[in-house]
Design a protein around this ligand. Structure first.
Ligand code: NAI
Ligand code: MG
Length: 484
C-alpha cells in the first residue's frame, strides 16, 4: 500500500465539524484502478452515522449556518474556491489515483470544482423573490428559502464536478448538506470537506459520510430529517432513490446518464468536429454521464468520418492515470466486466478500429481498450444501452427526419450535438431533439458551470448547474399581505 500523505484520516466521517470514526468502526478498501492495488481504507459509515450527520445538519440549518446572511455564505464559498485553486495539484493527484483518470482530466475537474465555488459564491446573494401585482389592498411577494437539510449521493466518475454542482448550489442557497460519496472513489470528497473547514464553513453545514450505497446511501435517502435529495448515478439506483424519497414526499433531482448522440450533417466541418466526436466518447474512459456514445453521420460523409475516427482510434493508448495518456483504466473490476459484456454483445458488429494498451501498464489494472464500431443499426444493444466505457458506435443516416428519429430513439435524453453550417437546421433540430442540453458545432461547451444541465426520460429530471440549480435547491414561498 503506498503512503498517502493526507491532511485528514480517510477512515473517518466528517460529522459536526469533527473527523470521527464510524460507529461500527468499519472500513472499505479503496482500490487504485491503475494497478489494482489497495490505495488506502476509507470509513464504512452506516445508518447510525447518517443519523448523526442529519442531526448535525439540522442543528446547523436552524442555528448558525441557517442564519448566515447570503453574502457571507457566498464569501465562504468563494474562499473555498480559492483554497481549491491553491490545491489543484493535490486534488488532481488524489483523483487520478482513486478514479484512474489521466492527470490532465483530473486537474480540469479540480479547476471546475473551484469554478463552481466561485460561481455559487457569487450567486448566493443574487437569487431574489418577486412582487406580484394583485387585487387592491394586497401586497404579494415571493421568498426563495432553503429546503433545509439536503442529501447528496454522488458517483465515482466525476466526484469533484458533481460535488461542485450539487453541494455548491445547495450551500449557496443556505441548505445544510449531508454528502455520501461513492465507495469506489471518495478521497476528493474528503479533501473538499477538509478545505471547507479551512474556509470557515460552520460545523454541520457540510457533513460527509462515506459508505456503501445500500447502507449509508439508503439510510440517507430514507431519512425523515432530509428535505431534498440529489442523486447522480445509475438508473436502477435512481429508481430506488425516487421510490424511497416518495415515502417522505421530498423532491429529488436525478441525473442518470444517457446515450447521447452527435449528428453530423453533409455540410459539417469535419476538421472541427473530429476531436469532439472522439473525445466525447473516450473522456474519462467513457465513464461520463454525458459521454457521446452514438455518432450519427450523413451517408455522404459517412466513409470520411468513419475513416478519420478509425485513424484516431488506432493511435489511442491506454495507460495508468499518472502517465496522463488519452485513456486510463475503468474504475473497477466490476465496471470492466460490464463493459466487456457489452463488447461481447457487439461481437456481431463491424469493429472498425480499437486502441492499444501500453506494454508497461500494470497487469492488475482495470483496462479496457477503446472500441469503435461501424454500420450499427439503431436498435442494437450497443446503440441503445448506456455502456459507460470507451465504446462508440457509428450509424449512417440519409434524411433529417430519419436522424431525428434515431437521435430521439432511446430511453435517454441528456445531451445531443448538431454539426451543420445550416442555421435554420441548427434551430429546427435544437427544438426537435429530446434532450436536456443541445450543442451546435461543439460538444459540451467546455463543461460550463453556468449552463443548466439535466435529463429527459431515463436520463432523469431536475436541473443542476447554472442559476437553475439555485431554484431547485430552494423552495418558493408566496406571501399575500392584506393591508386595505
Ligand atoms: P450506482 O448508481 O449504484 O452508484 C452511484 C451512487 O449511488 C454511489 O454513491 C452508491 O453508493 C449509491 N448507491 C448505490 N445503491 C444505493 C442505494 N440502494 N441507495 C442509496 N444509494 C445507493 O452506480 P454504479 O453501481 O457505481 O454504476 C453502475 C452503472 O451506473 C454504470 O455502469 C453506469 O452505467 C451508471 N452510472 C452512471 C453515472 C452517471 O454519471 N450518470 C455515474 C455512475 C454510474
Ligand atoms: Mg478507487
Amino acid at each position: 500500500m503506498p503512503h498517502l500523505d493526507l491532511p485528514f484520516d480517510p477512515t473517518c466521517c466528517l460529522i459536526d465539524g469533527v473527523w470521527s470514526k464510524p460507529v461500527a468502526q468499519e472500513t472499505i478498501e479503496l482500490i487504485n484502478p491503475s494497478d489494482g492495488q489497495i490505495l488506502c481504507h476509507i470509513a464504512k459509515g452506516g445508518a447510525a452515522d447518517i443519523d448523526a450527520a442529519v442531526l448535525s445538519s439540522q442543528t446547523a440549518f436552524y442555528g448558525k449556518w441557517g442564519h448566515t446572511p447570503a453574502a457571507d455564505r457566498g464569501r465562504a464559498l468563494s474562499k473555498l474556491g480559492r483554497l481549491i485553486l491553491e490545491n489543484v495539484e493535490f486534488l488532481a493527484t488524489l483523483e487520478a489515483l482513486d478514479v484512474g483518470k489521466p492527470l490532465e482530466q483530473a486537474r480540469a475537474d479540480a479547476v471546475a470544482l473551484a469554478r463552481y465555488m466561485e460561481f455559487y459564491g457569487g450567486a448566493s446573494d443574487k437569487v431574489h423573490g418577486e412582487t406580484i401585482p394583485y387585487q387592491d389592498g394586497y401586497t404579494v411577494y415571493t421568498l426563495r428559502e432553503a429546503h433545509g437539510v439536503t442529501g447528496h449521493i454522488i458517483p465515482w466518475n466525476y466526484p469533484m464536478q458533481i460535488i461542485g454542482r450539487s453541494v455548491g448550489a445547495a450551500l449557496a442557497m443556505g441548505n445544510a448538506c449531508v454528502l455520501k460519496p461513492a465507495e469506489e472513489a471518495c478521497l476528493t470528497a474528503l479533501a473538499f470537506a477538509n478545505l471547507a473547514i479551512e474556509a470557515g464553513l460552520p460545523k454541520g453545514a457540510l457533513n460527509v459520510v462515506p459508505g456503501l450505497g445500500p447502507e449509508a446511501g439508503a439510510a440517507l435517502c430514507g431519512h425523515p430529517g432530509i428535505h431534498h435529495m440529489s442523486f447522480t448515478g445509475s438508473v436502477a439506483t435512481g429508481r430506488r432513490i425516487q421510490a424511497t424519497a416518495a415515502q417522505n414526499v421530498i423532491p429529488v433531482t436525478l441525473e442518470l446518464g444517457g446515450k447521447s448522440p452527435q449528428l453530423v450533417f453533409e455540410d459539417a466541418d469535419i476538421d472541427a468536429a473530429l476531436p469532439f466526436l472522439v473525445n466525447a466518447g473516450i473522456q474519462n474512459a467513457g465513464q461520463t454521464c454525458s459521454a457521446s456514445s452514438r455518432i450519427l453521420v450523413h451517408k455522404s460523409r459517412y466513409k470520411e468520418v468513419t475513416d478519420r475516427m478509425a485513424q484516431r482510434y488506432s493511435t489511442l493508448i491506454v495507460r495508468p492515470a499518472k502517465e496522463d495518456g488519452d485513456i486510463g483504466p475503468l474504475i473497477s473490476v466490476r465496471q470492466k466486466a460490464i463493459v466487456e459484456g457489452f463488447l461481447e454483445k457487439g461481437s456481431d458488429l463491424t469493429l472498425c478500429a480499437k486502441g492499444s494498451l501500453h506494454p508497461d501498464a500494470p497487469k492488475g489494472g482495470c483496462y479496457v481498450l477503446p472500441h469503435l464500431f461501424a454500420d450499427v443499426s439503431a436498435d442494437h444493444a450497443l446503440a441503445q444501452e448506456e455502456i459507460f466505457g470507451p465504446v462508440q458506435v457509428l450509424i449512417p443516416f440519409e434524411t433529417e427526419a430519419e436522424v431525428i428519429a434515431i437521435a430521439n430513439g432511446t430511453d435517454y435524453g441528456l445531451v445531443a450535438s448538431i454539426w451543420t453550417k445550416d442555421g435554420a437546421r441548427q434551430m429546427r433540430l435544437a427544438k426537435k431533439l429530446r434532450s436536456g442540453q443541445i450543442f451546435v458545432n461543439n460538444y459540451g461547451a467546455g463543461g460550463g458551470v453556468e449552463l443548466p444541465f439535466g435529463g429527459r426520460g431515463l436520463s432523469g429530471h431536475g436541473r443542476e448547474k447554472g442559476f437553475e440549480a439555485l431554484y431547485g435547491f430552494s423552495s418558493l414561498k408566496t406571501v399575500a399581505s392584506y393591508h386595505g
